[in-house]
Design a protein around this ligand. Structure first.
Ligand SMILES: Cc1ncc(C[n+]2csc(CCOP(=O)(O)OP(=O)(O)O)c2C)c(N)n1
Ligand SMILES: [Mg+2]
Length: 551
């Protein structure tokens, strides 16, 4: 039996063996040999052609978030790779498994600044978990196997592989790779004994959930553990779907603009148990929320994340799932000292998540309250960055996992492509993309991809005519000095229709239900343009209040 095949064929063969079922791309002549091999493999790998590499990379990233398997993205040399870099950055910050393959110039041309030549190893060194260039077609199975393993192991993240043209057209004669097997650290018995001891001595513990490596069993185990010990449970920045927000133990989101009462609880807790989350700038509000004096247990699958900023009293190198399996089996004391405190935490959260008054004819908090009532528990909500996301994350109640796909990197333009990937993976589920007017136009072109592949996403465009987040900071720091933050927008409804999607315009809160219902029953991609009063800048303040505050 001969093993001879082109480099392109060997690469796609390896993808099939490792279980890739989708790949997201913008084509380039630099990797025609891969495209041809994908033609041969079209029954097992669905190739999604996008309109901009930023869209393709974000889709691959969202695929990684939703499946725990590396999202696969193919792009061409310099211009393609630079466009795709945003998705790599997000995958890094979000610990998402992903592999970006880049068509590279022929090796005989390299180091002459050949057409679109970039040293991708150097370019992606600080952006990716690992970046490499394959120089010999016979080493393709080895590199691809390592790429899959690296992307999923420890703290997951993005891998970038550069593929010189001669390597793809060349001959590969080595045997095929074996499928990768994910290895995941578990807590030791000594870890769990120490942990049980700390819990037994605690008076006001708090459990914080987040990060990568979750699955249905881990979600279930987190609930069992929290219930058994009646722990108040919060989630880290953009991880609100790791615990049912309607559960009596859920007490809020430790993201941007977190509930001050929750922050106070964090500061006053004597035992903070962080499972899976990084203790990053957003979750700690600039490294201010966690102070010395409390006992910290930090569970994380990446050794480099433990003790990175905060010295843990008990650092546990473990995936979230194996840790929670053990934690769910711990025996709780009969009398739990903090039971009333947990009830109070829940009452705070319920008050915090109640709709608030807002200036203008559309109140975003009422929109999310409506979605709480009408979306199925498994609906997926995607978002990018902007103040509109503050309304979403304060008022929408996530009830299943995975249902939240939003970047901790704070990348605008993520929501539309991410929701396309989600709908392709879960055609039976409702998938809603939330965007600001600024955010939407950063990757709104992927509405064409949604139409092309019949991915019936529902895009909510919250249009306040400004880059709201920046205007908010501008008014606070330099009141009245408005520059660079006004937007003159297209007619979003006409734009959606020109793509072949449905378009609706919502000018009053009460119009939303009808528009959403029509979008949902149409089974077509749809955009709902929601006009907001720019004054409604956040649930806690208005632009004029901010301006007045400094004067
Ligand atoms: C790719 C990218 N570019 C710039 C920023 C900086 N930034 C953060 S939020 C924001 C404004 C978002 O505007 P919009 O989408 O209209 O939402 P709004 O804040 O108005 O609700 C900007 C420019 C960013 N986070 N990401
Ligand atoms: Mg805006």
């Amino acid at each position: 039996m001969t093993t001879s095949r082109t480099g392109g064929e060997a690469l796609v063969e390896a993808l099939e063996i490792h279980g890739a079922d989708h790949a997201f791309c913008v084509p380039g002549e630099s990797y025609l040999a891969v495209l041809d091999a994908l033609y041969g493999a079209r029954a097992s790998i669905r190739l999604i052609t996008c309109r901009q590499e930023g869209g393709a990379a974000n889709m691959a990233e969202a695929y990684g978030k939703l499946t725990g398997k590396p999202g696969i993205c193919f792009v061409t040399r310099g211009p393609g790779a630079t466009n795709a870099s945003i998705g790599v950055h997000t995958a890094f910050q979000d610990s998402t498994p992903m592999i970006l393959f880049i068509g590279q110039a022929d090796q005989s041309m390299l180091d002459r600044e050949a057409f679109q030549e970039v040293d991708f190893r150097a370019m992606f060194a600080p952006l990716a978990k690992w970046s490499a260039e394959i120089r010999d077609p016979n080493r393709i199975p080895e590199y691809v196997a390592r790429a899959f393993h690296t992307a999923v192991s420890g703290r997951p993240g993005p891998v970038v592989l550069s593929l010189p043209e001669d390597v793809l057209f060349g001959e590969c004669s080595v045997p095929a790779t074996k499928p990768y097997v994910k290895s995941e650290p578990s807590p030791s018995r000594a870890d769990m004994e120490k942990f049980a001891g700390l819990l037994a001595r605690a008076k006001s513990p708090l459990l914080m959930l987040g990060g990568p490596g979750w699955n249905a069993q881990a979600i279930e185990d987190a609930r069992t553990f929290a219930q058994n010990f009646d722990l108040p449970v919060c989630t880290s920045f953009r991880a609100k779907d790791r615990f049912d927000n309607t559960h009596k133990n859920y007490c809020g989101d430790m993201g941007i603009g977190a509930d001050p009462k929750l922050v106070k609880r964090l500061k006053e807790s004597d035992l903070l148990i962080v499972v899976g989350a990084r203790l990053g700038e957003m979750t700690t509000d600039g490294y201010t929320r966690i102070e010395a004096g409390r006992t910290l247990v930090h569970v994380h699958p990446g050794a480099d994340e433990l003790n990175r900023v905060y010295q843990a009293d008990l650092p546990i190198l473990s995936g979230v799932a194996p840790f929670l399996r053990e934690a769910a089996g711990l025996n709780a004391p009969r009398n739990i000292a903090w039971r009333e405190s947990t009830e109070a935490a829940r009452a705070n959260f319920e008050a915090w998540a109640k709709p608030v008054d807002a200036p203008g004819a559309v109140n975003p908090s009422d929109i999310f309250a409506w979605l709480n009532k009408h979306l199925p528990a498994d609906a997926i909500l995607a978002n990018g960055a902007g103040n509109y996301a503050g309304w979403l994350h304060r008022f929408y109640l996530y009830r299943g996992y995975p249902t939240l796909i939003g970047p901790t990197s704070g990348a605008m333009g993520y929501g539309v492509p991410a929701s396309v990937a989600a709908k392709l993976l879960h055609p039976e589920r409702t998938v809603v993309s939330c965007a600001g007017d600024g955010c939407f136009l950063m990757n709104g072109q992927e509405l064409a991809t949604a139409v092309q592949y019949e991915a019936a996403i529902i895009v909510l465009v919250f249009d306040n005519g400004i880059y709201g987040t920046i205007r908010m900071h501008q008014e606070r720091e330099y009141p009245g000095h408005v520059i660079g933050t006004d937007l003159k927008n297209p007619d979003f409804v006409a734009l959606a229709r020109s793509y072949g999607a449905l378009g609706f315009h919502v000018k009053r809160t009460d119009d939303f239900a009808q528009a959403f219902h029509e979008a949902q029953t149409s089974k077509k991609p749809a955009l709902i343009h929601i006009t907001l009063d720019p004054e409604a800048i956040s649930p806690t303040t208005t632009l004029s209040k901010l301006r007045a505050a400094k004067k």
